[in-house]
Design a protein around this ligand. Structure first.
Ligand code: NAD
Length: 289
């Protein structure tokens, strides 16, 4: 069994506790036992789990795993604290707010001999799996992914990082990418921002990624992918799977803890995560110019 602590009791942290209290029967997630949570607020017990300080959590021998569920800007510091203490870490995306820090954390995890896992529930949705099936075998000519959504709360950071789920979709669908240009429009008074990044596939096909947020904007992913044979203009709507997205992620993470994921698969995942964070970093640099 692995004892776990959940850091940050927002939406994601609450779900992590819920899922560990009722793991999918027969899955490796049954090996996780939630023992405590950490919050900056002084809270009553959450779903029967009690609060501890970070100092207590890192020193407790019955806690071997930490779930980092805070707002994005605090991920790096929290991940580092628990890796340093020799604990396995599952962090909600994005792992960090710059590429270099993610590389350092990965090296630290390797040095400590522990698992570092970045949650990517966007890859586990039935809609995405269907989209991937539809894209497979087709030759992209050019494409756009335009995300819109409500304004983000403070602490969620630059859009290329807070929106890394969209970038991860593009990389999973079309392979490694490069950035050729990026711009950012912002109106802090009205809490509006629009980031536009021009990307290229390894076959020099242009892909545009737009991340637009503002009060009242509907949460939507608009796509236009032109292939040699057809054009896709809508993300497919597939019926939801029987197992929730965070539970699927929990099963994947606990399979890693149990040594059930091959080194090859772990390596591929790490390469993809670091590639996306490096792209996000490049986009941010170009927007600053
Ligand atoms: P959230 O805003 O619900 O919580 C974020 C942080 O704010 C938590 O640390 C929480 O403790 C703190 N917080 C919340 N309410 C508070 C309050 N009233 N006073 C003081 N602190 C408070 O955000 P979230 O959706 O849980 O996101 C956390 C992380 O999970 C982010 O990195 C996000 O990118 C990631 N994530 C979330 C989802 C999702 O569906 N919610 C999906 C994928 C990834």
């Amino acid at each position: 069994m692995f004892g776990a602590v959940v850091v940050g009791i927002g939406t994601a942290g609450w779900v992590r506790i819920r899922d560990m209290l009722a793991p999918l029967p027969g899955s490796p997630a049954e090996k996780l036992n939630v023992r405590a949570f950490i919050s900056r607020r002084k809270l009553d017990s959450q779903q029967g789990v009690s609060q501890v300080t970070a100092e207590e959590a890192v020193s407790r021998e019955d806690i071997q795993v930490a779930f980092i569920c805070t707002e994005n800007m605090l991920h790096e510091e929290n991940v580092r604290t628990f890796l340093q203490a020799g604990k396995h870490v599952c962090v909600e995306y994005p792992m960090t707010m710059n590429y270099k820090a993610a590389l350092d954390l990965w090296n630290l995890a390797q040095e400590k001999g522990v698992i570092l896992h970045e949650e990517h529930i966007e890859l586990l949705t039935e809609d995405f799996k269907e989209l991937k099936r539809e894209v497979e075998g087709k030759l992209l000519q050019e494409g756009t992914l335009h995300f819109t959504g409500g304004a983000l709360k403070p602490g969620f950071g630059f859009p290329a990082f807070s929106g890394i789920a969209r970038l991860t979709w593009l990389v999973e669908l079309f392979g490694e990418l490069s950035v050729t240009a990026a711009t950012m429009e912002e109106d802090s008074g009205s809490n509006y921002c629009k980031m536009t990044a021009k990307l290229l596939t390894s076959e020099d096909r242009p892909l545009m990624w737009i991340e637009e947020r503002g009060p009242g904007l509907p949460r939507a992913k608009n796509i236009n992918f032109q292939f040699d044979s057809c054009t896709l203009t809508e993300v497919p709507h597939a019926p939801g799977g029987a197992v929730g997205l965070f539970m699927q992620d929990l099963i994947h993470f606990s399979a890693k803890l149990a040594g059930q994921v091959s080194p090859g698969e772990l390596h591929m995942e790490k390469i993809r995560i670091l590639h996306c964070l490096r792209l996000a970093d490049n986009i941010q640099q170009l927007c600053k110019r």
